[in-house]
Design a protein around this ligand. Structure first.
Ligand code: LP5
Ligand code: MN
Length: 234
């Protein structure tokens, strides 16, 4: 969803969804990049937007829906303090689950973009515990300045990368499916290319569902006993 305080429309779409449709669900999974960026859980202390979002999830969890949130490449610093404020569990990436007898593998999706070697190097670096500890030890202002610089670098780098490099690598998808005993469904986001892909590997059939982004519309997948369906929120 890439929520940020300046895009009030998207935040409102999400809060409405959390207060209505999401309440019909047994579980709600957010597959990363809930926030446009996350500098550390200390932002909760005085960021009204972050608190409002956390409060929306908390109310949903108190209504009886399990809330599970995975890290994305923008908000991998979401920690236990945020999870507590949101009444949520933080999920590892990837993670297996099952819904109405269907085996489902969930991921943010960036791990599948293995052709983007520069990104994967960057990812390895910023996901290391030591690096994160030293980053979080800096002042919030310093962290925000670093993030603003990285966002500029990222946009500049992306303008030099082809669409193919920034999509998932088919071999990486097949390998991940195999490592998880070929789940019925693989669901991920990150690439912002909403689509349903049928995949057959060694006689095993899976479907890869790619989430859409929340710019013009809200966009979510619903899983129940009759399968997976995509829904837009106008
Ligand atoms: O995010 P998006 O859609 O623009 O592009 C992603 C990849 N880029 C990123 C970088 C983030 O956007 C930056 C903001 C992260 C906030 C995290 C908060 C705390 C961490 C602070 C870290 C110091 O994820 C982009 C992919 C694209 O998806 C498609 O998959 O291509 O990858 C890049 O642009 C990475 C560059 O290719 C390489 C990185 C260059 C920066 C070098 C600095 C390295 C030193 C880091 C340690 C200080
Ligand atoms: Mn992402």
């Amino acid at each position: 969803m890439h929520l940020c305080a300046s895009q009030t429309h998207t935040t409102q779409l999400l809060l409405d969804f959390l207060g209505t449709t999401a309440r019909e669900a047994g579980s709600l999974y957010v597959l990363g990049d809930l926030f446009e960026s996350w500098a550390g859980d200390d932002v909760l202390a005085n960021d009204a937007h972050a608190r409002e979002v956390a409060g929306g999830f908390k109310a949903l969890s108190q209504s009886g829906t399990l809330v599970a949130i995975m890290h994305g490449n923008r908000d991998f610093l979401l920690g236990q303090n945020f999870a507590r404020a949101a009444g949520a569990t933080l999920l590892p990436d990837p993670v297996e689950t099952s819904v109405s007898g269907q085996r489902v593998l969930l991921s943010h999706g960036d791990i599948l973009c293995t052709d983007d070697v520069a990104y994967q190097d960057f990812r390895r670096q910023v996901r290391s515990k030591a690096w994160q500890q030293s980053f979080l030890a800096q002042s919030l202002a310093a962290r925000r300045a670093t993030i603003a610089g990285l966002r500029r670098d990222s946009e500049a780098e992306k303008s030099t990368k082809s669409d193919a490099i920034m999509d998932v690598n088919e071999g990486a998808v097949q390998a991940l499916l195999g490592e998880h005993q070929f789940p019925d469904l693989l669901i991920h986001g990150h690439t912002h290319r909403p689509q349903e892909h049928a995949i057959t590997v060694d006689g095993h059939h899976s479907t890869r569902w790619v989430l859409g982004d929340w710019h013009q519309n809200g966009d979510y997948l619903r899983l129940d006993a009759s399968g997976c369906t995509r829904h837009l929120i106008p």
